[in-house]
Design a protein around this ligand. Sequence first.
Ligand SMILES: Cc1cc2nc3c(=O)[nH]c(=O)nc-3n(C[C@H](O)[C@H](O)[C@H](O)COP(=O)(O)OP(=O)(O)OC[C@H]3O[C@@H](n4cnc5c(N)ncnc54)[C@H](O)[C@@H]3O)c2cc1C
Length: 394
Amino acid sequence: MRAHPDAYRYDVAILGGAVMGSSTAYFLKTLAPSASVCVIEPDPTYEFCSTLRSSGGVRVLFSCPENIEMSKFGRAFIRDCPSALAVEGREAPVDWVQGGYLFIVTPNGMTLLESNFERQQAHGCEVELLTPEQLKQRFPSMYVDDLAGGVHSLHDGWCDPNGLLQGLRRKAISLGVEYVADRVISVSRTATAVSEVRLSSGASVRADAIVNATGAWSAKLCEMIDMPLPVVPLRRFEHYFTAGTRIEPLPYVKDLERLAFRSEGVGFSGGLVNGDEPRGFNFDVDHDYFERVMWPAVAHRFPPFEAAKCHRTWSGLYEQCELDGNPIIGSWSGRCENFYVVTGFSGHGMMHAPAAGRALAELIVHRSFQTLDLSRFGYDRITRSEPYPEAGIL
Ligand SMILES: Cc1cc2nc3c(=O)[nH]c(=O)nc-3n(C[C@H](O)[C@H](O)[C@H](O)COP(=O)(O)OP(=O)(O)OC[C@H]3O[C@@H](n4cnc5c(N)ncnc54)[C@H](O)[C@@H]3O)c2cc1C
């Protein structure tokens, strides 16, 4: 941070500098190049942030039109990252793999799958509805006898979330964004606006607009200004495992019981979300989880995984929106209009970071969404307690 006291005042201060904060910073500088923007991030190693623990999946398989469109934008953005986020000729690698995405359902999920499929088609997505026989033909090692169908999204895939974060961060810095290695410890507000944030170093930062992009920590920062936010940390395990026997190339596979995995190098990376997991900041690893929960599920669906071996398990936090599983993007109208939140992505934040960062930048610069209308993801639904749920597989 620069030494002169004026340096502590910015047009926009972003709290949290992982994928969401860095995306917002990048899009702000592309929309308003002369704006002064800082990102306050306590940990330049990003050790506990969700972004680095994510499995990097990108899919258009959602039910809400907003989520489908955010994914379409995010997918194209991620694909183009190496050149679009290049700095001084140095590319921004994100290891994009267009391996496809496959949602599979048992009979009780078929109506939902079909209606989502129609919605996805109406949004121009390249998706195919497959019968169990067609699934078996395409993926011979899959057990399909208890399945009613699946949707295969051919242009989806996965990437390296750290590559995306570092690319956005480096590009934002090259455009003039300042990253401040400090932690926000308090936020002060007047009757209608946030005036400043105080940092653990003792410094304070004033800004016309302040963005809370602190993911699973975002409700803690909102508490500082008595702003209710139904976003809680939800621990999820991710495992790296190998099959033990040869298996055909698979897309990112996901089912109604929340089994989700994809290939990674010679093995696979994935997990199975426990929705009943007690909420809270818990990074402990249950080393029996793979054997107890994940392995039976994956071996049931793909019998060659009977011989699977788990090599590593790590934990990460979803910034889970308890109201409806959808993000919250916007500010508190009439109460604190210059304090914006971009959080609550409930497991989809990496793929939606490009669209969310762009949307928030539009909201700050133009006072309204310009490209995708994300009003239904606004904070107003929280004050009105009106859920807008995502009915895709979460
Ligand atoms: C196991 C796992 C798998 C996932 N898989 C996928 C997937 O396949 N696809 C997908 O799209 N999403 C996935 N996600 C979700 C995705 O990772 C998150 O939605 C996304 O990374 C959220 O980004 P963020 O920047 O909001 O939060 P984070 O990455 O958590 O960053 C928040 C930042 O805020 C900072 N911070 C905290 N407190 C303060 C403070 N007081 N002051 C300043 N800064 C602060 C932290 O240091 C941190 O760097 C997965 C998540 C997990 C855990």
